[in-house]
Design a binder for this molecule. Structure first.
Ligand code: VGL
Ligand code: ZN
Length: 226
């Protein structure tokens, strides 16, 4: 895979995708990401900058009996891994239940900047880590969320991802965005992992697929370049 360069980014055609920065994924929430709140100032600065031609967000938005909840499987505990339609499924504590406080987008961020907010994980029988496609359903399909078509319709070329969680939503979204033909970047300091022990594996898995890993100060440097 060729290494991609930020010098090639046409910023008006670049989209910032802010994934799942919700109360339940932050410290004090139902499925808290350690140090999750440390990404808030970084993501806020990215959203407030005039850097990106487009800013969109996603929101994990589950019905109360969602299949990814341990509480939906008798005898199972949170973080157990089960087989679901032939694929490993982590069972989570109940989180991001539609309409609940925990499902709210965190108030510290300027959501007013978003052109669209895509909700995912709404089908009770299917999980959805990626913002582009659901996880596998009973027929083995991964249905589109519509985000790829939306971004194509807006002329987007580069997708910059930040938000939660690094090893699920952000990683799966990055891989699907690359497969959908976008040039893809993960803004590393704008993400945090549920399990930081996965970081090295995630980083190399992304790089192998030609996905760029950047740190937010590099974006400000790129902004100053002639
Ligand atoms: C996510 C776990 C459960 C995510 C969503 O968006 O990363 N992780 N549901
Ligand atoms: Zn979820």
């Amino acid at each position: 895979m060729p290494t991609i360069s930020m010098a090639d980014v046409i910023w008006p055609q670049a989209c910032l995708v802010v994934t799942d920065v919700q109360v339940d994924f932050l410290p004090g929430g139902a499925l808290p990401v350690p140090e999750g709140n440390q990404l808030l100032p970084v993501v806020r600065a990215l959203m407030e900058s005039e850097r990106f031609g487009l800013v969109v967000a996603t929101q994990d938005w589950h019905p109360p009996d969602h299949v990814s909840f341990a509480s939906s499987h008798s005898g199972r505990l949170a973080y157990d891994v089960v087989d679901l339609y032939g694929h490993a499924q982590v069972l989570w504590p109940d989180h991001c239940v539609q309409g609940s406080l925990g499902a709210q987008l965190h108030h510290y961020l300027p959501w007013v900047r978003c052109a669209a907010i895509i909700r995912k994980g709404m089908n009770r029988a299917v999980d959805s880590y990626s913002t582009f496609r659901n996880n596998w359903d009973a027929s083995g399909n991964r249905d589109a969320t519509g985000l790829a078509d939306y971004l194509r319709g807006r002329g987007v070329h580069d997708v910059f991802l930040c938000g939660l969680t690094r090893e699920f939503c952000v990683k799966w979204s990055a891989e699907d965005a690359a497969q959908a033909g976008f040039r893809v970047w993960v803004i590393w300091d704008g993400t945090r992992a549920l399990d930081p022990g996965t970081d090295q594996g995630i980083e190399s898995a992304l790089k192998v697929k030609g996905i760029g890993i950047v740190h937010s100060p590099e974006l400000w440097d790129a902004a100053r370049a002639p």
